[in-house]
Design a protein around this ligand. Structure first.
Ligand code: FES
Ligand SMILES: [Fe+2]
Length: 353
C-alpha cells in the first residue's frame, strides 16, 4: 500500500535553529526550493470556461492562470513584456489581456497581438515578446505551477498517491471552492510543515480530532519524500481519514465521507507564514454536515496548531535553543516522528547542506 521503507528508530538531531531565524536562509530557500518546486495554485473549476483566469503568487512571483479559447490551461508571469506592469488582478473572464499602462495586448496563449505604434518602430517583432510562460500541471483537478523550466514533471513524482487519491476522492476533479480558513502564523514555514508531518502531538492537543474524526492508534504517516501519505481509520471504523503532503508547501486531505480540503503554506519571511485551508466540495454551498466539519476544523485542529508553531518559533529564536530531537520509534507508529525526519533530510538535500 505504501511503498516506503521504514525509518530506523532513533532520536535524531533536528535542523539547527539558525535555519529558522536567519533572513539569509530564507532568501536561499526562495532560490533553491520554492522557485524550483511544484506549488499549489488552485483548482481547475476556478477556470472552468475559456477566458476564465485567476492571479496568484508562487515563490514570491505574481502569476496568471488562464483557460485558453483552445481549451488549454496555461500559466504566465503576470508582467507586461513592455516595461513590467502587472496585467491582471484578482479573478475573472477576459478574451484579450490588455496592459493598463500603454495598452499592449496579448491573447490567452500569451502571444502579443497588438502594441500601439508598433508598425512605426523599426526592428520590432511582436512574435518575440509574448508573455513569459510558467510550467503548469493539473493533477486530479488541482493546479500546480513551477517556475523552473527544467523541473521534473509533477505527476510521476506522486507515486502511489495518484491511485490513492483516485480511490478516496474520485470526484475531486469536479469539486468547487466552498470555503477558506486562513491564518498568518508568526513562525517559519518549516515549523508549520513539521507540525503537520507528525501526529505525536495529536493526543495532547487535538482532542476533538482524536475523539471525533480518527482512531488515533491507527494513524500512520508514510513518508515517501515528494508525497507523504497520512492514513487512519475513521472514528466509527467504517471509513478513512487520509492526507497527502506534497513537498514542499501543500497538502490534500480527505475526511470521512470524501470531504476534501487543501492546505497551502505561503512563506512570507523567515518568521511569517500564511496558511490557507480551502474546502473543495460538490457544491459551493456546504451541506449542514460539511459546514459543521469546516467550523469544527477551524475552531479546533486548525486553531490548536497556531499557538504551538508560534511558541516553537519563539523557542528557536532563543539563545537557549540550538537543536532539538526527532523521536522515531521501531515500528514508525502513530506517535513516531519519522515524517519530520524525512522532511528534514529532503530539506538538507535541496539546500545542499
Ligand atoms: S508596461 Fe504594459 S504596455 Fe507598457
Ligand atoms: Fe496539529
Amino acid at each position: 500500500m505504501n511503498g516506503a521503507a521504514q525509518i530506523p528508530s532513533g532520536a535524531y538531531e533536528t535542523l539547527p535553529s539558525r535555519l529558522y531565524t536567519d533572513g539569509g536562509v530564507f532568501a536561499e530557500e526562495q532560490d533553491r526550493i520554492f522557485a524550483r518546486a511544484w506549488l499549489f495554485a488552485g483548482h481547475r473549476t476556478q477556470v472552468a470556461a475559456p477566458g476564465d483566469y485567476f492571479t496568484c503568487r508562487a515563490a514570491g512571483e505574481n502569476l496568471i492562470v488562464i483557460h485558453g479559447q483552445d481549451g488549454e490551461i496555461r500559466a504566465f508571469h503576470n508582467l507586461c513584456r513592455h516595461r513590467g506592469h502587472a496585467l491582471l488582478i484578482g479573478a475573472g473572464q477576459v478574451r484579450r489581456i490588455t496592459c493598463a499602462y500603454h495598452a499592449w495586448t496579448y491573447d490567452d496563449t500569451g502571444a502579443l497581438r497588438a502594441a500601439p505604434n508598433m508598425e512605426n518602430v523599426k526592428g520590432f517583432d511582436p512574435a518575440c515578446h509574448g508573455l513569459r510562460p510558467v510550467r503548469l500541471e493539473v493533477f486530479h483537478g488541482l493546479i500546480f505551477v513551477n517556475l523552473e523550466d527544467g523541473a521534473q514533471p509533477f505527476a510521476p513524482q506522486t507515486g502511489a498517491a495518484d491511485a490513492e487519491i483516485a480511490e478516496a476522492l474520485p470526484s475531486l476533479e469536479t469539486r468547487v471552492f466552498a470555503h477558506r480558513t486562513e491564518a498568518l502564523l508568526k513562525a517559519n514555514w518549516k515549523v508549520a510543515i513539521e507540525n503537520f508531518a507528525e501526529c505525536y502531538h495529536c493526543q495532547t492537543v487535538h482532542k476533538t480530532f482524536v475523539q471525533g474524526v480518527v482512531q488515533p492508534e491507527s494513524y500512520r504517516v508514510v513518508p515517501r519524500g515528494f508525497c507523504e501519505l497520512h492514513d487512519s481509520v475513521s472514528r466509527d471504523g467504517t471509513d478513512r481519514f487520509q492526507g497527502w503532503r506534497v513537498w514542499p508547501l501543500m497538502a490534500l486531505q480527505s475526511y470521512p465521507g470524501g470531504i476534501a480540503m487543501t492546505f497551502r503554506w505561503i512563506p512570507l519571511s523567515i518568521n511569517e507564514t500564511k496558511v490557507e485551508v480551502d474546502w473543495w466540495l460538490p457544491a459551493a454551498e456546504p451541506t449542514p454536515e460539511e459546514a459543521e466539519l469546516i467550523r469544527a476544523h477551524a475552531e479546533t485542529t486548525f486553531a490548536e496548531d497556531i499557538p504551538l508553531v508560534e511558541s516553537v518559533q519563539a523557542g528557536l529564536e532563543s539563545r537557549g535553543f540550538e537543536t532539538g530531537l526527532i523521536m522515531v520509534d521501531e515500528v514508525n507508529s502513530h506517535r513516531s516522528e519519522h515524517g519530520v525526519k524525512v522532511f528534514q533530510d529532503l530539506y538538507r538535500r535541496e539546500m545542499g547542506l
